[in-house]
Design a protein around this ligand. Structure first.
Ligand SMILES: Cc1cc2nc3c(=O)[nH]c(=O)nc-3n(C[C@H](O)[C@H](O)[C@H](O)COP(=O)(O)O)c2cc1C
Length: 353
């Protein structure tokens, strides 16, 4: 088919060979080890971990220890760190590299209040001298570990300084750059734009990964073409749909769209995902974290609003497992493949994690 290469080549990325150029975006509270493993199994080339604080006082906390747990994870293991103090960031990079991180990713893309209030994440983009200090300190702290950077297009519409951040990054020894096509001030409003990413890519000597609002195989292809980027990074569209990576991979390779997955396959994938979550978090937290994922997997499926309402009230893993199994068994009796009906979402309630 015209415009499609016959195979999606493996990607050479900061010294590692990835199966393709599809990246899972780091998402705090979402991209834990079970989710990263699942995305990799279902077609992602690389999954960046949730960010880990650079505050060493928190290294001992259960949350930070869990985030630094990579047992059994498919290489390369990329760990994201966040903070605004060059020395602390350097220490955090070293700490994580000593514990198995094969790539250190620096977060200058997250607009979260918790991160930006302490002047980290995307808030840093307006202080270029400090950006330079942080990047240099981190790169020098882990000479044997490639360091990558994730940014937004800039601080606000008037200050889209991604091109100067690229220059600083390259001078500091950063090996790849991921860009979310929004400014910090936009938060998640409006649509991601790709002109700035295209301009950065045109000037770059390091791989550039385009990110923002990529939710279909067609959009992934369009963004790759428009920006000339070396890869695409997908966040929210992978929530409850980790098989989106194989859908995109197949489309980029053949120009054809895969049919929606069989209900029985997703039932098996979700049940296995739940077991991983229970094992990783323990039963109590596992059930809570699983609710969020179950909610995403079932969003838009017929009868799912009532199902989620019921699900939110269950606290035991045997109940949760049984109700999920039951929901998909009944769905499978009506449809062989997943069918989304977004009108079925009216009046739905969001589940708390
Ligand atoms: C729940 C959530 C948590 C996020 N946490 C992080 C994070 O820890 N580090 C980071 O660099 N970006 C974080 N992001 C931003 C994503 O990596 C990504 O840049 C953004 O969601 C845009 O991509 P998308 O449109 O494909 O979701 C987060 C986004 C979401 C929705």
């Amino acid at each position: 088919m015209q415009g499609f290469s016959c195979h999606l080549p493996a990607m050479d990325f900061v010294g590692y060979t990835l199966r393709n150029n599809l990246f899972v975006a780091p998402m705090a509270g979402v991209t834990d080890r079970p989710f990263r493993q699942l995305c990799k199994k279902l077609g992602a080339g690389l999954a960046v971990s949730e960010m880990v604080t650079s505050n060493s006082l928190l290294y001992g906390s259960a949350k930070t220890q869990r985030r630094a747990n990579h047992d059994g994870e498919v290489a390369p293991i990329s760990v994201q760190i966040a903070g605004a103090d060059p020395a602390m960031m350097a220490e955090a990079a070293k700490y994580n590299a000593d514990r198995g991180a094969q790539i250190i990713d620096i977060n200058m893309g997250c607009p979260a209040k918790k991160v930006c209030n302490v002047m980290a994440g995307s808030a840093l983009l307006q202080h270029e001298a400090l950006v330079s200090k942080i990047l240099t300190a981190v790169v020098n702290a882990v000479p044997d570990t490639p360091v990558t950077l994730k940014i937004r297009t800039g601080w606000n519409i008037e200050n889209k300084n991604a091109p100067s951040i690229l220059r600083i990054a390259e001078e500091s020894g950063i090996r790849a750059l991921a860009i979310h096509g929004r400014t910090r001030c936009q938060q998640y409003r409006g649509e991601a734009e790709f002109d700035t990413i295209a301009a950065v890519k045109a000037a770059a000597h390091i791989p550039v990964i385009a990110n923002g609002d990529i939710s279909t195989p067609e959009k992934a292809k369009a963004v790759l073409e428009k920006t000339g980027a070396d890869g695409v990074m997908i966040g929210r569209a992978a929530q409850g749909r980790p098989w989106i990576f194989r859908e995109i991979e197949h489309y980029l390779r053949t120009g054809e769209k895969l049919p929606p997955p069989a209900v029985s396959e997703i039932q098996a994938i979700l049940l296995e995902h739940l077991e991983d979550l229970y094992g990783f978090y323990g039963t109590e937290t596992g059930v809570r974290v699983a609710r969020k994922h179950i909610s995403w997997y079932t969003k838009g499926l017929s009868g799912s609003a009532a199902f989620r309402h019921q699900m939110n009230r269950l606290d035991r893993i045997d109940e949760q497992r049984a109700v999920v199994d039951d929901f998909f068994r009944h769905l499978g009796q009506r449809h062989e493949h997943l069918v989304y009906d977004n009108s079925a979402e009216t009046g739905d309630e969001e589940l708390a994690a």
